[in-house]
Each structure stands twice: as C-alpha cells, then as structure tokens.
Ligand binder design. Structure first.
Ligand SMILES: *Cc1c(COP(=O)(O)O)cnc(C)c1O
Length: 369
C-alpha cells in the first residue's frame, strides 16, 4: 500500500474539516488499555440506562432472533402503529431512524445545502454540528447563557439563509431545560419556512410538570420536527432506534432520503414492547431521581460545583478535569470529558446504579484528597 497517498483530498473541504465524534470509552477498550477486569469497570459515560431494558423487550428480542435471515419491515408497520397510538399522531407523521441521530441527519440531508445556515447553541449536542457540516451548510453557534440555550439570541440570529434550528430539551451535556411557555413563545416567533428540530432524547426523565407538550403543538407549527429515542430511558442504545414526529409533508421528504431498511427487525420488536412497558420507564425514572440526588449530594460534599441537570447525567466542575478523568480511568471509572463542548473544566457523569454512583464518588474523593 502506498502510504504517502492521501485520498482524503478527494473529499470536499467541508467534509475534511469534520472533527470525528468522540463517544464514551467502551468498557472492553479500557480493560485492554489498563489491564483491568471488565467486571470491575464502571461506565458512566454515555447516558445509558443502568437498569438495562424492559424484560418484555428482552423476550421479544429473544423471539425475533430466529427471523434475522429476513429483511426488516421497511415501514416499521407495528412500531408505527404503536407510536401513533401512544403519542396520538397520524401514522404519516412518523419517521423512524437508526437511533434519533439518524433523524437529525435525515433532516439536515433533506433540507440543508451549501450556503444554508443551521442554528444551534454553544455546548449543545455535538451531532447538530456534525450533520450540518456533512452537507456543507454553515453552522451558526449561539453563545450559551449560564450553559443554557439563549432563545432570544437564537431569534435574532435568524437570517434569510436560515433553514434549520436545532434545540435540545433537555440539552446534553449541560442538562439544562427550557420551560414550556418559553419554548412555545420562541417557536411562535420563528418564521414557518424555518424548520425547528426539537430533540427530546431525555423527555422520559422529566417530571410530570416539566414533560414536553410539544407533540400537541405539531398541528399548529408545521415547521416543527420532534425527535425521540429508545436509547436513553428505554435502554435500547445498542439496537439503534429512534423516531421523529412532524407534519406529514415533512415526514414524506425525510422518508425519501432515509435508507429503506434503516431500522433492523430486532429493534422494531424491542421498541414496540418497550413503549408498552410503562412500569419499566417508571422504575428507570425513579432510579434516576434517586441516583441524581446521590451524585449531586456527593459532589456538593466534595465541594464541587455542578450544572443542575434534567437528564440522566450531570456535568460537574473539577480542578484539572482532564487529569481527573485520566485518574478515574486508572481506577476503572469511565466518565465523559466535555472539552470538545467548550467545557474543559467539566466532566459529565451519567447516573448509574447506587453501587456504581458510590464507586464513582469514592474514587473521585480519593483523587481529590
Ligand atoms: C443521546 C442523545 C441522543 C440519542 O441518540 P440516539 O441516536 O437516539 O442513540 C439524541 N440527542 C441527544 C441530545 C442525546 O444526548
């Protein structure tokens, strides 16, 4: 192989400029690197559900395995029916994705081109920038206000070139949340030829009072796209399934650009069962509430500041964050550095099981002593 050859130059400049997504370190990788036993490692780095998945979904997965020689249903008929009933939307208003990241990408691919602008916040979920760059559009980053989306500044940044606005509610990695009235007031101000992608990956972790009502706004705002995922509270991160809810004409366009079999057959059946298992989601919510209290109280005891979070994770400030991260890794605890989110002094920890949270706090204490 000619190693001096660099075919990267064949790609357009806007593609070459993309910085790769930095995910949480896999347990197997840390075990290899540090010579640790996988069973001792605590991974609190990717906002996964520490309770696993719904037992009903597990049974459906076991059943469906025998059928994987067949292509999946490209229209996700049964899952479409389940989502339609649960969220009270028409079946033609739903688009399924290979994770909700797929929905973000489909929206960018379908509606953005070179010269268009997409608006998102500083410290917002990294995928908004990635999908915007991948189609050669221009990302307009709005400085955050106390780590949160500054929607007044968003409104002022809209230009004739603006095609798409990304909002994460709650946001990752900051955990900040926009109240319903504020959000609705903002959406009202956005001209209807500008699409708004409202990413609600963590909605299941919100209290009844804060839970989104945006789905009921869809009939009023045809430019609104709401994305949801099975990766977080439902626990299906490894299966890759999410969906978007939107005006039927927008759904029609996204369905034209998606891969015909983008949601695999196992994911489809697991998602159907997960949606029906309210008990599992309720247990996940309760465990997250308890774990959040455990971790935030522990951080406070250690004298560390954190950003109040509405998700299943919390970002905290620590002196020399990158060094603390390295030391946590050596002790078998994986958290997420967020320097790439312009938060070099923070680390983000996902809420785990009681014992995992306790180990994280204990190791952090040892490091800081
Ligand atoms: C985790 C996360 C997602 C979910 O991604 P999937 O592709 O559905 O796994 C989407 N948005 C935000 C803000 C997230 O943190």
């Amino acid at each position: 192989m000619n190693t001096t050859l660099n075919l990267a130059n064949l790609a357009p400049e806007y593609i070459r400029e993309i910085a790769p997504y930095q995910g949480g370190k896999p347990i197997s990788e840390l075990a290899r690197e540090m010579g640790l036993d996988e069973a001792e490692i605590v991974k609190l780095a990717s906002n996964e559900n520490p309770l696993g998945i719904s037992p009903k979904a597990q049974m459906a997965i076991d059943d469906a395995i025998s059928d994987i020689a067949r292509y999946p249903d490209g229209n996700s008929f049964a899952l479409r029916d389940a989502v339609s009933q649960k969220f009270k939307v028409n079946t033609n208003q739903i688009v399924f994705g290979n994770g909700s990241n797929d929905i973000l990408e489909l929206a960018a691919r379908a509606f953005l081109t070179v010269g268009d602008e997409a608006i998102y916040s500083q410290h917002a979920f990294a995928v908004y920038k990635l999908v915007t760059q991948a189609v050669g559009a221009t990302g307009v980053v709005i400085p955050a206000k106390n780590y949160a989306h500054d929607l007044d500044a968003f409104a002022k940044a809209i230009t004739p070139k603006t095609k798409l606005i990304f909002i994460a509610n709650p946001n990752n990695p900051t955990g900040t949340h926009i109240k319903k009235d504020t959000l609705r007031g903002f959406i009202h101000k956005v001209p209807c030829h500008v699409l708004i992608l409202l990413d609600e990956a963590y909605d299941e972790y919100l209290s009844l009072e804060d839970k989104s009502e945006a789905i009921s706004w869809l009939s009023e705002f045809p430019n609104l796209i709401i994305s949801r995922t099975f990766s977080k509270a439902y626990g299906l991160a490894g299966l890759r399934v999410g969906f978007g809810l939107m005006h039927a004409s927008v759904a029609d366009i996204l369905n034209r650009v998606r891969q015909p079999f983008n949601v695999n057959s196992i994911a489809q059946v697991a998602a159907v069962e997960s949606l029906a298992d309210n008990d599992f989601v309720a247990r996940s919510y309760a465990a997250n509430q308890a774990g959040m209290a455990q971790i935030t109280q522990g951080l406070t005891k250690l004298g560390l500041e954190y950003i109040v979070s509405y998700g299943n994770f919390v970002s905290f400030k620590v002196p020399n964050a990158s060094n603390v991260n390295q030391q946590l890794l050596k002790k078998g605890v994986i958290v997420r550095p967020v320097a790439n989110y312009e938060m070099p002094d923070h680390l983000r920890v996902s809420i785990g099981l009681f014992s995992e949270n306790a180990k994280f706090l204990e190791m952090l204490k040892e490091i800081l002593e």
